[in-house]
Design a protein. Structure first.
Length: 166
């Protein structure tokens, strides 16, 4: 799994190129839906072979900018256990299951995210300091500990300890 960069390509140009439908002598490949979550491009693809057989899958492109090179990507599919759980839940319903464990992680991520309210106590991932914060704002996610306010990346939430409203 490597990275592909096209010199001086913008992020929008890269995304437009990655969601473009394709056709060759054996099949057509059509993007049924796409969205970005940070620097992750999620896609739902349908491949139709000319014998009429259809296959759908979830694609995940990690996007990255490199100085002097522009924007690039590395691509994977659901069955490769993408390192991100931000895939929209609606995408899961459009595609047959290819990786049950990864789908459980995606569902758990969304359950945690929707249960977070102002006043919740969160435990953050090991290595984070502080390890717990009380949520003061959901969008953007911010929390306090010891009188200081911190911006909290969603990926660092390990457990929602309590969901009491403030």
């Amino acid at each position: 799994m490597g990275w592909v960069f096209t010199h001086r390509q913008t992020r929008l140009q890269l995304i437009a190129r990655r969601i473009r439908s394709e056709q060759n002598a054996q099949r057509t490949r059509h993007c049924l839906g796409h969205t970005t979550r940070g620097n992750v491009l999620w896609t739902v693809w349908e491949i139709t072979r000319f014998d009429g057989d259809r296959v759908r899958y979830i694609g995940c492109d990690l996007l990255r900018h490199e100085k002097g090179s522009g924007w690039g990507y590395t691509d994977m599919e659901e069955n490769m256990s993408p390192p991100s759980c931000t895939c929209p839940l609606s995408f899961l319903t459009q595609v047959p299951v290819a990786n049950e464990e990864w789908r459980r992680e995606v569902s758990a991520y969304h359950a945690r995210k929707t249960s977070i309210r102002k006043g919740c106590l969160l435990e953050l991932s090991p290595g984070c300091q502080p390890r717990t914060v009380v949520v003061t704002s959901v969008y953007p996610l911010r929390g306090t500990h010891g009188g200081l306010t911190y911006g909290i990346p969603w990926k660092y939430i390990q457990i929602v300890i309590s969901t009491h409203d403030a």
